[in-house]
Design a protein around this ligand. Structure first.
Ligand SMILES: O=C(O)C1=C[C@@H](OP(=O)(O)O)[C@@H](O)[C@H](O)C1
Ligand SMILES: C=C(OP(=O)(O)O)C(=O)O
Length: 440
């Protein structure tokens, strides 16, 4: 028995109903804020994943008590000293392979003051922390050089205005906003346009609101340039709502909805908030624009195959939807262009390359054109061998594409789905997928 998982998929269309797993994005934010706030939180979050657990472990290392309960997590926050949370001095926080965790916690630990270290694995050391890194240094943080772990952090940081470009990672903005209530004086984050992944900052703003912190958001135009200013006023305090729940995950539900769009009799995902602040609920509009039949229920969405045609889709705000939408585009008639997709190079893998290679290995016709991914639809995928390259969304994309292929597919390194969705292949089988897993 080897060290990596593989999955063999025999063609069989997916159909049926599946409950959404808990949103990874929301869970990260609720675990961090509940560890920093005043008062205990019972968090409804029935499913978990490697990334969510990385954040939970980091908050434990900082001094919070985070227990797994039958429904989710019970979080007792960091001890307080004169009303201020006090982190464990010299703590090491292992962020695993989670970009969200390290980018959210870097400003948070700097704001808490004291000394601690951040570490991680896989591609995490190569994923950018600049220019958040330089802005923190400019505001008083002392940090060891970027690019190697452990990253040593010594706070505190001052308030004032933090300036960031909008096209590297919105996670920098979210991290600073979660750190803001810990900083003396108010804190503004000024984000230059074009601003991508904007809706992820909206998730942060609505999570902070649950803990009683109001963020004002204003767009300002200065000559030819525009910025969005997020302001957290001085004196903002994080207070636990007591109980809260993590809503369903649109980014992962997108794979099942894409499977419904590609072939078969339709897939329904339940447990979704149709007016969520998660930008990835845009998957419904995107699948409808391909020609798929989309229906919305009270807390569910259903997608059924119909004649599909290629589209141009701007993915600046929805980078995580590219793998499932590319699986659909692979057999949509004509050309699909995913535009403003450059940031996909900065994910768990260079996702422009891994989406292209993963789908082409199954008989698709995908190419990269600058910051665009271009998919020429073929009438049917053949199946084949795909290396997921340690990227959960590439493994899930390949599985969805393989279900509708003419022949079998082997996905190497399929175990990486546990980063966001440990039960992915069990749910794939529950929807009628034909999958056999093993070690190699
Ligand atoms: O804030 C978040 O929860 C996320 C923001 C996005 O990253 P970028 O802002 O770096 O694009 C997204 O790709 C990631 O999976 C989750
Ligand atoms: C990019 C992702 O996550 P993160 O940036 O948190 O590693 C993802 O889940 O696709």
């Amino acid at each position: 028995m080897g060290e990596k998982r593989y999955a063999v998929i025999q063609p069989a269309p997916l159909a049926g109903t599946i409950p959404a797993i808990a949103s990874k994005s929301v869970a990260h934010r609720m675990l961090i804020l509940s560890a920093l706030c005043e008062g205990r939180l019972d968090l409804d979050c029935e499913t978990t994943s490697r990334d969510i657990e990385a954040t939970a472990d980091c908050m434990r290392a900082l001094g919070a008590r985070v227990a797994r309960t039958s429904r989710g997590f019970r979080v007792n926050p960091l001890p307080r000293d004169g009303g201020t949370p006090r982190p464990t001095e010299g703590a090491t926080l292992d962020c695993g392979e989670s970009g969200s965790t390290i980018r959210f916690l870097l400003p948070v630990v700097a704001a808490l003051g004291g000394a601690c270290s951040l570490t991680g694995h896989g591609r995490l050391a190569q994923r950018p922390l600049s220019p958040l890194f330089e802005e923190l240094v400019a505001h008083g943080a002392r940090l060891s050089p970027q690019g190697t772990f452990p990253l040593r952090v010594q706070g505190p940081i001052s308030g004032g205005t933090y300036r960031l470009p909008g096209d590297v990672s919105s996670q920098f903005v979210s991290g600073l906003l979660m750190a803001a209530p810990l900083v003396l004086g108010g804190l503004d984050v000024e984000v230059a346009e074009p601003m991508q992944s904007r809706s992820y900052v909206a998730i942060t703003v609505s999570s902070l609101a649950k803990f009683g912190v109001h963020v004002s958001v204003e767009r300002e135009v200065h000559g030819n340039a525009a910025v969005t200013r997020y302001s957290v006023p001085a004196g903002s305090e994080l207070v636990s709502p007591g109980v809260a729940s993590v809503e369903g995950d649109w980014s992962n539900a997108a794979f099942w909805l894409a499977a419904g769009a590609s072939c078969g009799e339709g897939v329904t995902v339940t447990g979704l908030d149709l007016s969520s602040s998660q930008g990835d609920r845009a998957v419904l509009g995107a699948l409808a624009s391909f020609g798929a039949h989309v229906t919305r229920g009270g807390d569910s969405a259903r997608c059924t195959h119909d004649a599909l045609r290629g589209r141009t889709i701007d993915v600046a705000d929805i980078p995580d939807l590219v793998p499932p939408l590319a699986a659909v585009a692979a057999t949509a008639k004509g050309t699909t262009r995913f535009i403003n997709a450059g940031r996909l190079r900065l994910k768990e893998s260079d996702r422009l390359v891994t989406v292209r290679d993963g789908l082409n290995a199954l008989g698709a016709n995908v190419s990269i054109d600058g910051d665009e991914l271009v998919v020429e639809g073929v009438s049917r995928l053949t199946g084949g061998e795909v290396d997921a390259r340690n990227d959960h969304r590439i493994a899930m994309m390949a599985a969805v594409a393989a279900a509708g292929a003419a022949g079998p597919t082997t996905i190497h390194d399929s175990g990486c789905v546990s980063k966001s969705y440990p039960a992915f292949f069990a749910d794939f089988a529950a929807l009628g997928g034909n999958v056999t897993e093993g070690w190699e």
